[in-house]
Design a protein around this ligand. Structure first.
Ligand code: A3D
Length: 320
């Protein structure tokens, strides 16, 4: 069987980490694309030179022409600019929506059969822009955010309970922003829901509330420490989990920014929901039952995403 091809559009901090992880896991051959001259080829060569040491079989190449992504099975998009301290994800919208439109058009031309994972912020609206520009079916264009947000939630919970991260499951719904909805009721330690753990005296409601808030602020916490960019290791690992589920038809249940067409009462909107990712892309959007409080939080998050979609539509109208 021929190797799969994984194209990484944007070869910066996340792009480079994606390339290393994809190659080490032998998910396929990797191509890096970036507008910075020489950089994707240089990074690819450096990474390829780790293969004799690390012992993986995957070719890594890079270039500055979109044709390098031709025929890719998976495309992961990080092209654009990241946040600097004091900036919100939404501050990136002007520049990154233009980038995602160009990238979407290139994917439509060179890799129309790919499964596309967008990471560029502000996430939910950037996936929407890219899917529209690409003309690819919505079930093959998704955004990575929920896996990362859930991973952060799981990590903080595992630290609090002093248990293995593997035994903590967590669900985060909604847009990737300050309004994201970490779902306490559906998050567990070895199947025991968090509210029960409060009753059992494992933690207090106050501590749990603080962990929920830390999850919401998880990206900003790292931006503040790094000072020159945003998180990249965990975002890359999260996107690789999604790519692997697609390439190996694993049918993992993962929260992703998926295109809603009626589910959760929303239409033509990308927002974070639980899905099944397999060879068909988003094979199912899982509609979980929300109580009134959760519904209100989810709606608040949806409204925040819709506001940004309107900003993009306005920017588009001004340009034309
Ligand atoms: P960075 O290291 O700056 O890499 C971005 C790369 O994109 C750079 O190498 C640029 O040269 C390149 N680029 C810029 N414009 C274009 C273009 N038109 N075509 C192709 N390449 C271009 O950033 P990063 O890798 O740290 O972050 C990338 C994006 O991911 C940013 O928008 C971040 O905000 C976002 N991000 C999202 C999450 C989520 O959870 C959704 C987490 C962390 C970062």
């Amino acid at each position: 069987m021929a190797r799969k091809k994984i194209a990484l559009v944007g070869a910066g901090q996340i792009g480079g980490t994606l390339a290393l992880l994809a190659a080490q896991k032998e998910l396929g051959d990797v191509v890096l694309f970036d507008i910075a001259e020489g950089m994707p080829a240089g990074k690819a060569l450096d990474l390829a030179e780790t293969s004799p040491v690390e012992g993986f079989n995957a070719s890594l190449t890079g270039g500055n022409d979109y044709s390098v992504i031709e025929g890719a099975d998976v495309v992961i998009v990080t092209a654009g600019i990241p946040r600097k301290p004091g900036m919100s994800r939404d501050d990136l919208i002007g520049i990154n929506s233009g980038v995602c439109k160009t990238v979407g058009e290139a994917i439509g031309k060179y890799a129309p059969n790919a499964f596309v994972i967008v990471i560029t912020n502000p996430l939910d609206v950037m996936v929407w822009v890219l899917q529209q520009a690409s003309g690819l079916p919505p079930e093959r264009v998704v955004g990575m955010a929920g896996v990362l947000d859930s991973a952060r939630f799981r990590y903080f919970l595992a630290e609090e309970f002093n248990v293995s991260v593997e035994d903590v499951t967590a669900f985060v719904l909604g847009g990737h922003g300050d309004t994201m909805v970490p779902l306490v009721r559906y998050s567990t330690v070895a199947g025991i829901p968090l509210p029960d753990l409060v009753k059992m005296g494992w933690t207090t409601q106050e501590k749990l509330d603080a962990i929920v808030q830390r999850t919401r602020d998880g990206g900003a916490e790292i931006v503040k420490l790094l000072k020159t960019g945003s998180a990249f290791y965990a975002p890359a690992a999260s996107a690789i989990q999604m790519a692997e589920s697609y390439l190996k038809d694993q049918k993992r249940v993962l929260p992703v920014a998926a295109h809603l067409s009626g589910q959760y009462g929303q239409d033509d909107l990308y927002v974070g929901v639980p899905t099944i990712i397999g060879a068909g892309g988003v094979e199912k959007i899982i509609e979980i039952e929300l109580n009134d409080e959760e519904k209100a939080m989810f709606q608040n998050s949806v409204d925040a995403v819709k506001t940004l979609v309107d900003v993009v539509k306005k920017l588009d109208a001004e340009k034309s």
